[in-house]
Design a protein around this ligand. Structure first.
Ligand code: NAP
Ligand code: GLV
Length: 319
């Protein structure tokens, strides 16, 4: 690829708390001519055009580098960028959408849906009490699984869940074309019907003002008795106190939570010890270096060829 004044493609990489060397190497394995710079060795804005490839950069950092032509998020979520009041919004911001994220999220949801369908949290509690008790689950074709957020990840989840024979419901902001064996709901008006008709709710919704606190006492009450909820979108979705109340009063059977309003979840937080809640530390889908490097380089090429990159952030929508 030829890009900067000096003919080099320059990538400014930022990932705090992790060894950056293997990430750099993944990019260089694909194109050894790329000038990959790991923060704080980003040089100066006068060094020529560059692409940022970042996760949770310090607020104001991206604005200082006026040579950045586009920003690639290391993750699919861009809340870590939108929280920067100085974010340069006039340049393309591209969300991660590589194969590893899709695969990882679909695996996580298949695992978690099966756990709740087959009542594994309850069975594990019985094991701890050394109690042999038959726990019978309904056949999959009598269980409806709902996917909140039917974008890049939601579609992959639907694909991987389909062979199990569940009834599949999906919910998104805008209507979607009909698909065999999927009932689609959309918008605020579709939410109640979606929740009323779903036994196991999975969420991969982004964090936006509209999705914040969407799962609360009222919306939980719309779900059928015994429903379970799995959240791997963002922690802002759920009012945790309302969820715990709904579980404790028996309306909701349990939850699997990968994301939280404050991360990491405080070591003293009572959620850790709740026997109907499974907690995972934001690991549902981890961006893999090799496929992410391939994705970024492919999309830099698209930008260089005046083509639209994949998964471009729509600033107005916020995702
Ligand atoms: P995406 O392709 O942009 O899909 C987002 C989906 O959410 C779209 O279907 C969109 O509806 C829907 N949506 C957004 N706002 C909505 C609203 N107010 N009401 C109803 N539906 C709404 O995003 P993605 O790549 O699938 O990623 C989704 C999120 O997953 C990320 O933002 C991130 O927060 C989370 N994530 C978590 C992990 C993890 O490890 N836990 C890993 C990766 C990603 P439309 O289709 O109508 O636009
Ligand atoms: C992870 O949370 C991501 O946004 O990719």
């Amino acid at each position: 690829m030829m890009n900067g004044r000096d003919g080099m493609t320059r990538i400014l990489f930022y990932l705090d708390g992790f060894n950056n060397d293997p990430w750099k190497q993944s990019l260089l394995d694909i194109d050894p001519a790329i000038d990959v710079r790991s923060y704080p060795d980003w040089g100066t804005p006068d060094d020529g055009p560059a692409y940022a490839f970042v996760w949770k950069p310090k607020a104001g950092l991206l604005k200082q580098y006026t040579n950045i032509k586009a920003i690639f998020s290391i993750g699919a979520g861009v809340d870590h960028l939108l929280s920067d009041p100085y974010l340069p919004k006039h340049i393309p911001i591209i969300r991660m959408g590589d194969e590893s994220l899709k695969e990882g999220m679909a695996e996580y949801m298949v695992m978690s849906v099966l756990m709740h369908h087959r009542k594994m949290p309850h069975i594990l509690n019985l094991q701890r009490k050394q109690t042999w008790q038959h726990i019978i689950a309904k056949p999959a074709n009598q269980v409806s699984v709902g996917i909140m957020g039917y974008g890049t990840l939601g579609k992959e989840i639907a694909k991987k869940l389909a062979p199990f024979g569940y009834k599949l419901n999906t919910w998104s902001k805008t209507p979607k074309p009909a698909k065999p064996n999927i009932t689609h709901y959309s918008g605020e008006s579709g939410l109640k019907h979606f929740l009323e008709n779903t036994n196991i709710i999975t969420s991969v919704l982004p964090s936006t003002p509209e999705t914040t606190n969407l799962i609360n006492a009222e919306t939980l009450s719309w779900m059928p008795k015994g429903a379970a909820i799995i959240n791997a979108g963002r922690g802002t979705l759920i009012n945790i106190n309302n969820l715990v109340d709904a579980i404790d009063n028996g309306h909701i059977s349990g939850a699997t939570l990968d994301v939280f309003p404050e991360e990491p979840l405080d070591a003293d937080h009572p959620l850790w010890k709740h026997d109907k809640i499974i907690i995972t530390p934001h690991i549902a889908a981890i961006t893999r270096m090799d496929s992410a490097a391939e994705y970024v380089i492919r999309n830099i090429k698209a930008i260089e060829n005046n083509q639209e990159p994949e998964n471009k952030l729509d600033i107005e929508r916020g995702y």
